[in-house]
Design a protein around this ligand. Structure first.
Ligand code: PDD
Length: 291
């Protein structure tokens, strides 16, 4: 049975409850992170905690814990849950207020802190062998996509729209440029160069994105961070999406047409291999894994 953490207490997930007056429930007023643990070690935790601090700062929610206290809490959660490899979800909401009011005023309210962890399922071999299908959709999200807010209704609707179309991810287009997936970052390979859109308020600064760029640099693979016109997707030799939970996933069909030759490409296999080697070294304690 999964054990979670809520406001100072470890308890079974099924028993964890928050009051209905929590602004997370009423307004989607909070921030979250998803942090993988490999061999029960939290991967790139510092980067996740920095991004959380940035999200909370943007939302004007006080960060309830110092980095060391976050580390202790999350390490305890991972130790007390099942699985050598786990996916930790944490969220902080603005807390429980006496009245439903859009404005949150100057009242000092304790933020609600919740964290849970689940074993990461074994990777589906079909994905590395065949890749996934994706569709392009108009980005209907707000303009602070760099903030990892729990308000995920557009992302959820877009992901479902992709699934309804027989695909596994939606690639989001705004003003003619493709930015990222509904819950992932985007990479394109063209003539041996690995391209990804630059960080901006229009996409989440993915931790996996940074690691992929780092591994590519170390391997001498040329990279570019630049805008990608949606039309360029059709000229890609390879497309990938990345996230902490899915790592690197090749997109082999886009809007019903093959990407490149329709199979995961050579650069995907190279980066996937480097990523797995890096993870294995991290698991053995040979790399710090913080970048
Ligand atoms: N989502 N872009 C969006 C919109 C995301 O939601 C995510 C991750 C990413 C990839 O970020 P990272 O590499 O740091 O995981 C990019 C998480 C996994 C989620 O919502 O479950």
């Amino acid at each position: 049975m999964a054990l979670c953490y809520l406001n100072g207490e470890f308890l079974p997930l099924e028993r964890a409850c928050v009051p209905v007056m929590d602004r997370g429930f009423l307004f989607g007023d909070g921030a979250y992170e998803v942090v993988p643990a490999y061999g029960r070690r939290l991967f790139r935790l510092q980067a996740h905690l920095e991004r959380l601090a940035n999200s909370l700062h943007a939302l004007r929610i006080p960060n309830p814990l110092e980095p060391d206290a976050w580390r202790t809490l999350l390490e305890t959660l991972v130790q007390r849950n099942e699985g050598e490899d786990q996916s930790v979800y944490l969220q902080v909401t603005r807390g429980v207020f006496p009245k439903r009011d859009h404005a949150f005023g100057g009242q000092a309210v304790r933020p609600t802190l919740f964290a849970m962890s689940h074993p990461i399922p074994a990777p589906d071999p079909g994905i590395a062998a065949q890749g996934i299908a994706a569709v392009t959709l108009e980005d209907i999200r707000w303009a602070w996509c760099n903030v990892k807010a729990i308000t995920l209704l557009p992302n959820a609707l877009l992901r479902q729209q992709a699934i309804d179309a027989g695909a596994a991810e939606a690639l989001l287009v705004r003003e003619g440029r493709v930015l990222e997936g509904a819950a992932s970052n985007l990479f394109l390979v063209r003539q041996g160069v690995l391209v990804t859109p630059p960080k901006s308020h229009l996409l989440l600064p993915g931790i996996t994105r940074d690691l992929v760029l780092e591994l590519a640099h170390r391997a001498g693979i040329p990279t570019e961070e630049r805008d990608i016109p949606a039309g360029e997707l059709r000229q890609a030799d390879e497309l990938w999406i990345t996230s902490s939970t899915r790592e690197i996933v090749p997109v082999t069909r886009l809007d019903g047409a093959a990407v490149g030759d329709g199979r995961p490409g050579p650069l995907y296999r190279r980066l996937h291999g480097l990523y797995q080697e890096y993870k294995a070294a991290f698991r053995r304690g040979e790399v710090e894994g913080e970048g």
